[in-house]
Design a protein around this ligand. Structure first.
Ligand code: AP5
Ligand code: MG
Length: 232
């Protein structure tokens, strides 16, 4: 119970965080869980890419950072994600993919939720070794229409080069060029580790072996979420 008499934390929306390095499978798993749980998939990277595509001021501000493989500044990112979480479809909760990525973002999220008598339910850390990450990202193709992610080796579309859902021609992400991937790893893994430490202190992190096939990773995450619910 807060000083103001608000409802106890944990009784509000179901907020699940998926954390992992570039190519760990956050987006793949978030899309599956979003459909299963009926919660929106809120991916900060997708929000930035939409803003870039739509030519908004936010997209213009984010462009240079994304092209260099750097994190977009906290203020811009926090504001964008908080606005997204305030939309009506997130009233029951959300699956957050790629946010928070810094301790400052994590603290901002914690504070916003606490002000509403809410808290994060579970943080799932998808762990994948570096060499596997590089192979994953180099084989990734995405649908620019619906955002579905494929992998030429492990999760190919039924018809080569076309999205299973809408037939759109698949594309590769601009920031999946090898030199940008290296920069993303070098610059973004240390702050991600600090975010994990932040939530480890709260005892809400479950580590999942992300090297396994997609369906097995999903099963492990489901189990983690079941444990999370049971421990509340
Ligand atoms: P973002 O889009 O979030 O990129 P990322 O974190 O680098 O992660 P990815 O989307 O590359 O990987 P993923 O974990 O989603 O993997 P996926 O499921 O696609 O961010 C882009 C940029 O935006 C950042 O660099 C930054 O500039 C900015 N940004 C975003 N959020 C920010 C924030 N909070 N703060 C500041 N800046 C921010 O899978 C990868 C591939 O592997 C796919 O081909 C998939 O089919 C395959 N695959 C997945 N799982 C498996 C499996 N189990 N086995 C085999 N293959 C698999
Ligand atoms: Mg992603």
């Amino acid at each position: 119970m807060t000083d103001s008499g608000a409802a106890p934390a944990g009784t509000g929306r179901e907020i699940i965080l998926l954390v992992g390095a570039v190519g760990a499978g956050k987006g793949t798993q978030a899309a599956i869980l979003s459909a299963e749980l009926g919660l929106p998939h809120v991916a900060s990277g997708n929000l930035f890419r939409e803003a870039l595509r739509d030519g908004t001021p936010l997209g213009e501000d984010a462009r240079e950072y994304m092209q260099r493989g750097e994190l977009v500044p906290d203020d811009l990112t926090i504001q964008m994600v908080m606005e997204r979480l305030a939309r009506p479809d997130a009233v029951a909760g959300a699956i957050l993919d790629g946010f928070p990525r810094t301790v400052r973002q994590a603290e901002a999220l914690d504070e916003t939720l606490a002000a509403q008598g809410e808290r994060i339910d579970r943080v799932v850390f998808i762990e994948v070794p570096m060499d596997v990450l590089v192979r994953r990202v180099s084989g990734r193709w995405i649908c620019p229409t619906c955002g579905t992610t494929y992998h030429l080796g492990t999760d190919p579309p039924r018809l080569a080069g076309r999205c299973d859902n809408d037939g759109t021609e698949l594309v590769q992400r601009d920031d999946d060029r090898p030199e940008v991937v290296s920069a993303r790893m070098a610059k973004q893994i240390p702050p991600m580790d600090a975010v994990i430490d932040h939530y480890e202190a709260a005892g809400i992190v479950t580590r999942v072996d992300g090297q396994r096939p997609i369906a097995e990773v999903t099963a492990a995450i489901r189990e983690a979420l079941g444990q999370g619910a049971a421990s509340r």
